[in-house]
Design a protein around this ligand. Structure first.
Ligand code: NCD
Length: 349
């Protein structure tokens, strides 16, 4: 069964087909009003969400389907200690497709092992957020005409920002893209991602200053400092407000540079930038609904529902990352991928 756990689940040809579908939905929305009639989306959000949750739910409604949603784990049996495994086996028996956001890294991959339906990763801890990546790629393609050869700057919390991790991995598959990774040293990209960039021979620089790089960029992808992922609140306080994009800083940018942001913003983009035609973050969020419609249609067209293998495996824990789903659900099979934990990408000893 096909799932969407990471952008690498798509070939570039499949991505191009998804983009064409997105484009067609934008042009002819009325033609899609009945396409998911009779189908049910289970939206399981174990972490706060505005755009991802709403855009998936509205995407399903606009396709004629229906939705059941969990946005407060405290109001379900999760509060009684139910495992992700049990919740997924159950909910995927009610739904035709599951969208999952969870605080543990690798939770969506774990869910896909037990689900009777396709699973979509709507964010797994600080790890990945591939449907935001679809949103970002669709926005860049629509507004810049393509992705190849662009200079893309990522600014903010590159350590914890899952949207950044997903988008970097995806963009590195397009020819000629260069990265400017702008962050305080303590919030630089994780080691596994740096190793990935090296292995691909990707062109990138890591810098701490935004102003000096501005004029080089075709896209500036701003992100917030991810307060909830800091074990030490003082560490968060040290970094908050470190980058603030303002209208006056935008004077140094190219006339066609896109300012993007997965949102929510805190203070990293001053509201005086909002009126700048280069500030496209609200349009980016709007387009996210249409690319999610295309993704839902694609995965709902899966013909067979293979019963999942739910055998108990037990055994020693594979991964030492305390945020990995295997720390919470020790029965998960020990899956490896190129010397790393297949769930969370942490190096294995
Ligand atoms: C992001 C997320 O949840 O990772 N938001 C989103 O889905 N659009 C970014 C963030 O929380 O900073």
């Amino acid at each position: 069964m096909r799932h969407f756990i990471d952008f690498s689940d798509l070939t570039l040809e499949e991505w191009a087909a998804l983009y064409r579908k997105f484009d067609d939905i934008l042009r002819h929305p009325a033609g899609y009003r009945e396409r998911a009639r009779g189908h049910v989306l289970g939206a399981l959000f174990y972490e706060p969400s505005t755009r991802t949750s709403f855009s998936f739910q509205v995407a399903m409604h606009r396709l004629g389907g229906s939705v059941f949603a969990m946005s407060e784990p405290g109001s379900t049996s999760v509060a009684k200690g139910e495992s992700l495994k049990d919740t997924i086996i159950m909910c995927s028996g009610y739904a035709d497709i599951i969208v999952l956001r969870h605080p543990c890294e690798g939770a969506a991959l774990a869910a896909s092992l037990y689900a009777r339906t396709p699973v979509i990763n709507a964010g797994d801890g600080g790890h990945m957020h591939p449907t935001q990546t679809l949103t970002d790629l669709a926005t860049i393609t629509r507004l810049r005409g393509g992705i190849d050869g662009l200079n893309v700057g990522f600014c903010g919390d590159l350590k914890h920002g899952r949207t950044v991790h997903s988008l970097i991995r995806a963009l590195s598959r397009f020819p000629g893209v260069s990265f400017y990774l702008i962050s305080p040293r303590a919030l630089a990209i994780p080691g596994y991602l740096r190793a990935f960039l090296h292995a691909r021979g990707q062109r990138y620089v890591e810098v701490t200053g935004l102003d000096a790089t501005m004029s080089q960029l075709d896209v500036l992808y701003m992100t917030r400092i991810q307060r909830e992922r800091f074990p030490d609140p003082l560490e968060y306080e040290r970094h908050r407000g470190v980058y603030i994009l303002t209208a006056s800083k935008m004077r140094a940018a190219r006339p066609d540079m896109l300012v993007m942001h997965p949102l929510p913003r805190v203070d990293e983009i001053h509201p005086d930038v909002d009126g700048d035609p280069r500030a496209v973050y609200f349009e980016q969020a709007r387009l996210g609904m249409y690319i999610r419609m295309a993704l839902l249609l694609d995965l709902l067209s899966e013909p067979d529902r293979t019963p999942p293998d739910v055998a108990y495996r037990g055994g020693a824990r594979l991964c030492a990352n305390p945020h990995c789903i295997t720390a919470r659900e020790p029965h998960l099979p020990p899956l490896k991928k190129e010397g790393c934990c297949a769930y969370c990408d942490a190096w294995l000893p």
